[in-house]
Design a protein around this ligand. Structure first.
Ligand code: SAM
Length: 218
């Protein structure tokens, strides 16, 4: 993708999420918290959220040291006021270039944000850099073969970049991650009916929107 196109896409993304920050601060999907809690252990002292937005999930978890990064200043302003984020380090910056020391984080997660990033491989590479060896990441991607992805691209005026399960597997493997779990969720647009339960039928898995990977750095 050309640099000029990327810059204008970034501006569009910032504008979009600055405008929607208030609305986003009220959306919380319990399964996302349950998934984090499933993989947290006492060894995970430092947690980073990529594209933390208004901090809905970072605020909800119980951990010593929290770091969040986002390009939307308005979202971060809301996050800073949250009870669970008083001592968190909230960074205004790019996921593609994390201002965080290498091998310093135990757990990374990213919900509903990677699909807004044009170079997801670069982000995955940065996650690998900051994670300690054996560190865990929970990463939500959006499936390029989902009809909901296409629908979302037409309906919402924000840049969106989808990947296939095959491509995600390849990138994660090449970047040195072991895949622990893959969850498939959401068949139809969420505003029609809440349907982000785990999908188990093989045919439906191919066309669901969310692909959530739990991976471990080697
Ligand atoms: C749909 S919101 C999700 C926010 C939060 N993760 C949640 O689930 O409530 C996507 C977030 O990703 C952020 N974002 C998009 N591109 C980014 C980038 N390149 N670096 C950091 N944050 C980014 C947006 O500003 C926005 O706050």
């Amino acid at each position: 993708m050309k640099q000029a196109r990327i810059s204008s896409d970034v501006e569009k993304t910032v504008e979009y999420y600055d405008k929607l920050a208030d609305g986003y601060s009220k959306i919380l999907r319990p399964w996302r918290i349950e998934l984090l809690e499933k993989y947290f252990t006492g060894r995970h002292k430092t947690v980073l959220e990529i594209g933390c937005g208004t901090g809905n999930y970072l605020a909800a978890i119980n951990v010593d040291k929290k770091i969040g990064i986002d390009i939307s200043k308005k979202s971060l302003q809301i996050a800073k006021k949250r009870k669970g984020l008083k001592t968190a380090r909230l960074i205004h910056g790019f996921a593609e270039d994390l201002p965080i020391k290498s091998n310093s984080v135990d757990f990374v997660f990213s919900y509903s944000a990677l699909y807004n990033m044009p170079d997801q491989r670069k982000v995955i590479n940065e996650i690998k850099r900051v994670l300690r060896s054996g560190g865990v990441a929970v990463l939500e991607f959006q499936n390029m073969y989902s009809p909901v992805s296409m629908h979302s691209k037409l309906l919402f005026d924000v840049p969106q970049y989808f990947m296939s399960e095959r491509e995600i597997n390849k990138v994660l493997k090449e970047e040195g991650f072991d895949v622990i779990d893959i969850q498939h969720r959401q068949i139809i647009p969420g505003y029609l009916a809440p349907n982000d339960f785990r999908v188990e039928l093989p045919l439906l898995k191919n066309i669901c929107l969310k692909l959530i990977y739990v991976v471990r750095k080697k």
